[in-house]
Ligand binder design. Structure first.
Ligand code: 5GP
Ligand code: ZN
Length: 148
């Protein structure tokens, strides 16, 4: 984790060297409109300190970004009339991360598809193989227990 990165687009936005449509900010976070919105009102919340991703961000910045996203999600509903909200984080290039400065997507959702171009990224309702689910769960539980 570094305070700022010269090559990072979002650090450029924070420093003012790149433009953004600002929504809100506080000591630790900055919220602005996404330039390629998946739905009307799609925005991003970032920490002011540069962190690469979910695995890199310090707990206090993660808390601050999450709380800011929750607050703005309320305005997405009350001001934009969204019917729901998705929060999304992509961690790693193979998980669709393209900007390597931690961010939460706040994505307003609408019944009206003229405002909402988002589709589910997986096929819902396809039942997993129970032995695989259980053995992967056991491995994760053991890893979590090892950290206690
Ligand atoms: P990721 O794919 O890393 O989860 O999301 C990166 C997001 O940043 C994308 O939704 C993309 O549209 C947005 N983005 C990339 N560059 C810029 C920019 O220069 N300005 C703004 N406002 N958003 C950007
Ligand atoms: Zn950055």
């Amino acid at each position: 984790m570094a305070p700022m990165s010269d090559e990072c687009v979002f650090c450029g936005i924070l420093s003012g060297s790149l433009p953004s449509v600002r929504i809100a900010e506080d000591d630790q976070t900055y919220a602005f409109m996404d330039i390629n919105p998946a739905t009307d009102g799609h925005l991003l919340v970032i920490p002011k300190r540069h962190s690469r991703d979910l695995l890199d961000i310090p707990a206090d910045d993660l808390t601050a970004v999450t709380l800011a996203a929750q607050r703005i999600a309320g305005f997405v509903v009350s001001e934009l009339g969204a019917d729901g909200v998705n929060l999304l984080n992509c961690c790693g290039a193979d998980a669709w991360q393209t900007v390597f400065h931690f961010h939460l997507h706040v994505i307003p959702r609408y019944i009206d598809t003229s405002k909402d171009r988002l589709v589910l990224p997986w096929q819902p309702g396809i039942r997993g193989e129970m032995n695989t689910i259980a053995s992967l769960g056991e491995r994760l539980a053991a890893a979590c227990a090892g950290m206690d």
